[in-house]
Design a protein around this ligand. Sequence first.
Ligand SMILES: Nc1ncnc2c1ncn2[C@@H]1O[C@H](COP(=O)(O)OP(=O)(O)OP(=O)(O)O)[C@@H](O)[C@H]1O
Ligand SMILES: [Mg+2]
Length: 710
Amino acid sequence: MVSERVEEYSSSEEEEVTTVTNGIKNTAITNGVSNEEAEGDGKEKETSEEPIEIGMQCGLKNLYSGKEDKRGRFQWQDKIPEDVGKPAEDAETAKWALLVRNVKVYNDPRKVLAIHSIVVQSPLLKKLLESVLKDYPGVTVGLQRLEFSGKFEPIIHRWSQLKEAISQIGDETEDQRKTKEHAELFHNLLKSEFKNLIDASQDMMSKGVMTYEYLWTLFQPGATVYARQDGQETAMKLHETKYGQDRNGNPCFWLTCKYIDWDGAKFGTNKLNLSIPIYSGTRSITQLAVYPINYHHDKDALRTRLIERGAKAESLAGSHYKSYHGIGWKRGTFGTKDKYNIKSRIVIDTYGWNRFNPSFAIFVTPLNQRDPVVGGTSGGDGDDGEDEDNYDDGEDNDGGMPIDGQFADEDDESRRIPLTTDQKLICTPLLRGYSLKNKLWLNFFVNCVKEIEWQTGAFDSLVLPSNQKDLILGFTESQRKYKESFDDVIEGKGKGIILLLCGPPGVGKTLTAESVAEEMRVPLYMMSAGDLGLDPRNVETKLQNILEMCTKWNAILLLDEADVFLEQRSLHELERNKLVSIFLRILEYYEGIMFLTTNRVNTFDPAFQSRIHISLDYPELSIDSRRLVWKNFLAGSQQPNTISSRQLDQLALMNMNGRQIKNVLKTAQLLASRKEAKLSYDHVMTVLDVTQHLHNSTQENERTRASIFC
Ligand SMILES: Nc1ncnc2c1ncn2[C@@H]1O[C@H](COP(=O)(O)OP(=O)(O)OP(=O)(O)O)[C@@H](O)[C@H]1O
Ligand SMILES: [Mg+2]
């Protein structure tokens, strides 16, 4: 009953009865009944006597799409559509060196056909093109079918290389002669088709101008382009280009570029989309927002500058305590760039940036590191081509999330593979870090980062009994050195050190913390109770974040006016009790050095007493101390003075604190310089006379305060 399945690959076209599709000769069968039979009867034959075993017939049954309706839908049929011809490419067409597909042109009165695509079949030509198109992204010449279509970008971009390669083919061997023939065939074909385009583009490039329509001819993928990013000169590797629309729907030319960035753990590439808005007529190439670096009027100097900056960026990978003078910015709520004028110490730390600004975190695609053995001897200082292998083109795993779902840990610095010159060239001009003064995470410019000018005399100028000074410095320094050696039974507990400085205003408590940090050359994180707020939930996270940062940066933490946290908990103030408990708990796990300062603590919470390692009392400055403070200030100032030793004694007799001395002296100096005279005792006395009421009233206040709290 069931007819035999006929299925064989056709090798000739003589048989007229059978149909041929895609090189396969078919006899169509419906439900096990041959087509002809079914048609003959006008309906399918009943096969009810023998049950059909579903899916058990070994064979394949073809169905064909029928006529399409307006929406591109069709019905399936088992007849081969009549207008199906033979495949255009077959054994016969395979012999030609080139296969050119042409399409009809409708809107150009000068021609009726245009090249749609070219298939390069000649193995000789393929070999030639291999060198011409070397490193061109997205083109693999070695494949069996090498096909060019669309705008033929690879060929147009490498036009001059193609011409050059053809001219260099010799004619000694048969192979060479044949290659030349094939290459010229290819060249002439393209020339006839694209002559106008190539001529126009090259003419414009030689004059340093370009039209919007021809922009794509200027930008070759893989080339180094130059642009200004946040006002900074930047070089990037061009990845791809396309015409499209900007956010407002206006036409523009998009360029996807790659640059090198540091993500807190490793260097890698990141992508940036730049655009050139549509313009009419020609425009000077160097006026474009982005252009190939070769068109820069001072390209050699620019290259050197960028490579130097890249090297600096490389040296700043990791966390570094530096000085900064320039603009820092961060993204505002509405995508704006909030700019800040920064002149302070900063800590550069991308890892911390990612940790505390997860929505603006930096991710990179790791660089494909060169195998040290296979990579050969070259140091990678070649400018062209060579280093391109180092960029991972493994597509888009930088889509805003780390690959393994977590931030990588900071790598061991010694294991980092140094950047090559080409990589330094395209290194980002931005660094991420924390401004200690503004207490903000910001983007900084590599060029504005400076070395810190340490105030070496700071600790010396602090007037304190010498044993007290020794104690503070000795304690903090050894704590840093031996941090690892002491640990509580629970890991991380009890590693830190907490110093309490207690005393009246202006006697050098804050200055102590400042000068210790300066002496030890570590960052000082100044925090006041106000920074933490009073809402217990916020306080906890804020405090934890700050402590984490300080531990990581080896910073000294200074909590000024810590009174709120230190006073004894009482039954009535529940909110404050919570604060104190949080503070006590978190403090115990802190692993760094912390200074607490306070003016007035009469009743310490007992829990604190055991947590504080050293508590120092700062008395009012003694006469001798005041004399020394006066002397130091005068010696430290650039302005000459005529104050004698005896006058200094007089000044020291006056009951003032360090801050008052500083302020009086500052005002007196202003007075003297206004009169263009040397600073004299009289100047100081005038200022004192004028501000007497201030001193009296502060002293008055002190007394009242003391009587309240003691
Ligand atoms: N012992 C001191 N030795 C040298 N300079 C001092 C001393 N005390 C105060 N000064 C000067 O006064 C300035 C203010 O001092 P500091 O900020 O350390 O006061 P403080 O004790 O923290 O006061 P407050 O409790 O008001 O915060 C210092 O910057 C310094 O110029
Ligand atoms: Mg202070």
